[in-house]
Design a protein around this ligand. Structure first.
Ligand code: AMP
Length: 442
């Protein structure tokens, strides 16, 4: 299988050769012919599969076939959940389209609207946007979506997770009915199917990885540890080989910042990447990590989603994610393309229920081993009696002031953990209290 045999134009073949890509990846081989034919496509593919080129190459070909921009209106719209992914898709489009005359621009929050408006006023062929900022432009009438011929929803599952469904519906209502729609998602979960049923026209389906699979070259390790000792254990694990580029996941933005401070105090070069950081800070942290200026990047799930970092030998979960599927996304950063990878999770006994969910989803063994000097004071139970995950659960943190739950630490309050039945233990306690009360009165 070659890119030539997929029917791609010479200008794209040259750009691919410049990139050093010799053969299409499975998602590219499956998707490109369908997209070139002009049909709708529903594709299950995760980051790292080459999914961006799977839509970017035929998209560029379509735009170049139909001639250069005649109008100022964008002819293709790519929606992504995060700014980082938008910037990355933009970079890829520029790389693949460098021998063509196709203009593109990004539209995302965290930077001022002015330059985006100017670019739109000058006219562009492709807009790569995050839904929130795109809606802002729609409201200000600085974008006209009536000329969109191709709509791409990249990482659609994550856009839904982030609560973008209402925004997506508004955007879908503003683009022409007659269009080509390409939807990429890590899984074909029911909400994705529902979205496709509603907004796509007889989509062809392709799926390159079985849903929720992780590379078989990844080994999974769990180190049980008391929540209060996690930071020391992380330093210990990192000190085993401090030259290695390590991505560390934190469940909260605040936790990520605190971790970076302790890592820096221990002499490590680290930076955090999360939704409260300015766009510039996020871009800088990512490029510093890629160029080895920092060795530890601490990320929250949402910020890390879709970031293209190749071949990391090790990913560390400082906290387990509230949603088991996010473990798969996190671990997708290691063991790519046949290289060996390691996923290390520091798990306190409060997180046993989360670990059990992850094991169920992975259907793969996870080695659980104590680290000498960090043995937990409570055993880590992963059987059915393990504590259920509690929404908003925090470790080693004093109770919230006035007992109010903190929403600021939860990414966008978009319902993380809600599907986990997370507040059951709390309910259980409440019921017990309630049932005790009458007895006390009596
Ligand atoms: P993606 O899944 O789109 O994030 O792509 C993952 C990585 O694979 C990116 O670094 C791409 O530049 C790279 N890539 C995409 N297509 C190919 C290909 N056919 N051969 C080699 N690398 C590729």
């Amino acid at each position: 299988m070659s890119f030539e045999s997929l029917g791609l134009a010479p200008a794209l073949l040259r750009a691919l050769a410049d990139q050093g890509y010799a053969t299409p990846t499975p998602i590219q081989a499956a998707a490109i012919p369908i997209v070139l034919e002009g049909g709708d496509l529903l594709a299950a593919a995760q980051t790292g599969t080459g999914k961006t080129a799977a839509f970017a190459l035929p998209l560029l070909q379509h735009l170049s076939n139909a001639g250069a921009t005649q109008t100022r209106r964008p002819r293709a719209l790519v929606l992504t959940p995060t700014r980082e992914l938008a910037a990355q898709v933009h970079d890829n489009l520029r790389d693949y389209g460098k021998h063509m005359r196709i203009s593109s621009t990004t539209i995302f929050g965290g930077v001022s609207m002015g330059p985006q408006m100017q670019a739109l006023r000058r006219g562009v062929d492709v807009v790569i946007a995050t839904p929130g900022r795109l809606i802002d432009h729609m409201q200000q009438r600085s974008i006209d979506l009536s000329g969109v011929e191709v709509l791409v929803l990249d990482e659609a599952d994550r856009m839904l997770d982030m609560g973008f469904l209402p925004a997506l519906k508004r955007i879908l209502a503003a683009v022409p009915r007659q269009r080509q729609t390409l939807l990429f998602s890590a899984t074909f979960a029911p909400p994705i199917k529902a979205l496709a049923m509603q907004f796509m026209h007889q989509p062809r389906e392709v799926s390159v990885t079985p849903a929720n699979s992780v590379a078989t070259t990844v080994t999974h390790h769990v180190h049980p540890v008391d929540a209060a000792k996690k930071r020391d254990l992380l330093l210990h694990v990192l000190s085993q080989d401090s030259r290695r580029q390590t991505l560390v996941f934190s469940r909260t933005k605040h936790g990520a910042d605190k971790l970076v401070k302790s890592l820096e105090m221990a002499g490590l070069r680290a930076a955090a990447i999360h939704g409260n950081k300015s766009q510039n800070a996020r871009t800088r942290a990512l490029s510093d990590f890629k160029t080895n200026r920092i060795t530890v990047l601490v990320a929250t799930d949402i910020a890390a989603r879709g970031i293209d970092i190749d071949q990391l030998p090790i990913v560390i979960n400082f906290d387990l994610p509230m949603v088991a599927e996010d473990y798969v996304h996190r671990i997708g950063r290691t063991g790519r393309a046949g290289a060996d990878g390691m996923a290390v999770s520091l798990v306190s006994h409060e997180e046993a229920g989360l670990l059990r969910d992850i094991r169920k989803l992975l259907k793969q063994d996870i080695a659980i081993s104590d680290v000498p000097g960090f043995e937990p004071s409570h055993p880590l139970r992963t059987d059915a009696a393990a504590p259920k995950p509690v929404q908003g659960q925090r470790q080693a943190r004093p109770p919230q002031r006035q007992g109010k739950p903190s929403s600021s630490h939860r990414p966008h309050g978009h319902g993380y953990g809600q599907s986990q039945g997370g507040d059951r233990p709390v309910e259980g306690n409440r019921n017990r209290q309630r049932s005790r009360r009458p007895a006390a009165k009596a």
